[in-house]
Design a protein around this ligand. Structure first.
Ligand SMILES: [Zn+2]
Ligand SMILES: [Zn+2]
Length: 548
């Protein structure tokens, strides 16, 4: 099969609040699972992200907390990085723009290129202004309701429907500090006329259907946006905190991070290339038509990923557009008990592989018609660990190793694998490959296939015991060999979802593991994984602990 080069990107997490697992789980877990699966299949992948530290939200929240934007951004960014690392979903490069000059450098560079190409306009645009507070209100400083769906909004785009509000437009606006309804004043701003790109955006999204020909949520969102009207997007704002507009007559103005984000991803790609000793590697990668760019986002950043950033890339003209935008759910806790467990520190108290598996298993499948958000329940999580992992996968593993130790001196039987588990193994490999590929990318389906394999393996273990007790040695030996193969195939297929457990069991089974990625190498559905005569351990240490 042809090996491709991928750039996988994730939307930046909240830069102004401690990481919430739900906000990270959607885009970051999805991007990580895809990255691992593609690497397992031999593709070349660069997985990048950045922290939105220049956001005006950081400045507003810092002012509320009585600290400087740098202090707030550092604390939140560090905690976010820790949480991503604990969840084994940290990008290969995760830029911290306030301490990494490359970010601002690339933002300025692309801004100037667009400015000189005439892609940006200078307009008088309304800005909220609070009279009692005597100040202009930036995105998080004015609260109100979405003018499209009426949900509460505290920024330039609606977190519920994802649609932008437009400059100085919000239903029932009020000042976050004093509660007064703000007025608007006209200010000179640099803006990006999105409407110019209507036809090309439609053409681009029409060309990016998934393998099943489904249009997906990104395209459905674009339709709603086209109906609502493509807005004029402000690119500059008057603020102290941000990347200054690099033009002499715009002193005191900074670039909006909604505009900067896409260039931040290019900057992160460049920093990663430099880390590999490939300076100036980002532009060739982003401009090569053979590179496949796959972007992961939550609903709150759909507008940037589906419309603004692709249009900015079209305006820039040399870089490629994402071949696929995957919309991860913003997972919400179901009840108070689950909410209490739902901050980033939960990963310090639980097994990251177990949580990743559960989040994949319960993620709502991407659907245009039913965008019901996934929710997290602590009780359901404990149930997944008890039935599928500790009580399922580990019980099965223990039983297989125990039978080998009792009857075959721990060596895989010489007889060729046979019986129902050989078909199960082929099916599992096929189903996970389909579910985790870039065309479908449905980790929920992979998790379901894995859970189903465990369930059927446990049932088949009873059949093995019956054969053993009945003295049917031949069928027992071939059946047990098939279980070893299925367990090995499971270890390989589950690696993107449960990388820690997979590396652990691959070591115990003696499977080939890639030195750099620690992922067991992908094997086709008929490949023998654990040869006859391989001596396996009598038992393996407990990996999953049941949740109290
Ligand atoms: Zn809305
Ligand atoms: Zn006010």
């Amino acid at each position: 099969p042809a090996m491709n080069t991928y750039v996988v990107t994730t939307a930046p997490p909240s830069p102004d609040a401690d990481p919430h697992l739900g906000r990270l789980a959607g885009p970051f877990l999805g991007a990580d699972v895809l990255t691992r699966h593609l690497r397992q299949r031999g593709h070349h992948v660069r997985y990048v992200g950045y922290c939105d530290e220049y956001s005006t939200r950081v400045a507003s929240r810092a002012a509320e907390a009585g600290v400087t934007p740098h202090v707030l951004a550092r604390v939140v960014g560090d905690r976010t990085g820790d949480t991503l690392a604990l969840g084994a979903m940290r990008p290969d490069w995760f830029t911290r723009p306030l301490t990494d000059a490359a970010h601002a450098h690339w933002v300025r560079r692309f801004f100037l290129a667009l400015w000189e190409a005439g892609a940006l306009e200078v307009r008088e645009l309304p800005v909220f202004r609070c009279a009692p507070c005597d100040r202009h209100l930036h995105e998080a400083e004015v609260r109100g309701n979405c003018r499209h769906c009426a949900a509460p909004v505290d920024g330039a785009t609606c977190g519920s429907c994802g649609l932008p509000q437009g400059p100085g437009v919000l239903a029932a606006p009020r000042c976050a500090a004093c509660g007064t309804e703000p007025g608007t004043v006209l200010r000179r701003r640099i803006a990006f006329p999105l409407e110019r790109y209507r036809e090309r955006l439609v053409a681009h999204h029409d060309g990016t259907r998934d393998e099943a020909g489904r249009r997906g949520r990104a395209r459905a969102f674009l339709d709603r946006l086209l109906a609502a009207g493509l807005p004029l997007v402000p690119v500059s704002t008057v603020a102290d905190h941000g990347v200054p507009v690099p033009l002499p007559e715009w002193e005191g103005h900074v670039l909006d991070t909604g505009f900067s984000g896409i260039w931040g991803l290019v900057a992160a790609t460049e920093r990663l290339a430099e880390a590999y000793g490939e300076k100036d590697g980002a532009l060739p990668l982003w401009s090569d038509p053979a590179t496949r760019i796959v972007s992961f986002t939550g609903v709150d950043q759909l507008f940037a990923h589906v419309a603004l950033w692709p249009a900015l890339l079209l305006a820039e003209g040399t870089l490629g557009l994402p071949a696929r935008v995957v919309v991860g759910e913003d997972v919400r806790p179901r009840d108070a008990e689950s909410a209490a467990a739902w901050n980033g520190d939960f990963l310090r108290r639980t097994n990251a592989d177990a949580l990743r598996f559960h989040l994949c298993l319960t993620a709502a499948e991407q659907s245009e018609k039913d965008p019901s958000p996934a929710d997290f329940s602590l009780g359901e999580y404990a149930d997944t660990v008890a039935t599928v992992l500790a009580g399922g996968l580990e019980t099965w593993t223990d039983t297989v190793l125990d039978l080998l130790a009792q009857d075959f001196h721990r060596a895989v039987p010489a007889a060729a694998p046979a019986g129902p588990m050989t078909a199960e193994r082929r099916e599992l490999t096929r189903r996970t490959a389909d579910a985790l590929g870039v065309g479908a990318h449905a980790p929920a389906r992979a998790a379901e296939a894995l859970a189903a394999a465990v369930e059927r393996a446990l049932i088949d273990v009873h059949r093995l015991r019956v054969l053993r007790d009945a003295g049917q040695e031949g069928e027992y030996a071939t059946g047990l060999a098939a279980h070893v193969e299925l367990l090995a195939a499971f270890t390989i297929a589950a690696a993107p979802l449960m990388p820690g457990w997979s590396a652990f069991l691959a070591g115990e089974l003696g499977l080939a593991v890639d030195r750099e990625t620690r992922l067991p190498l992908w094997a086709d559905e008929d490949e023998r994984l654990v040869p006859a005569g391989t001596v396996l351990p009598e038992a393996v240490p407990v990996y999953f602990h049941e949740q109290a």
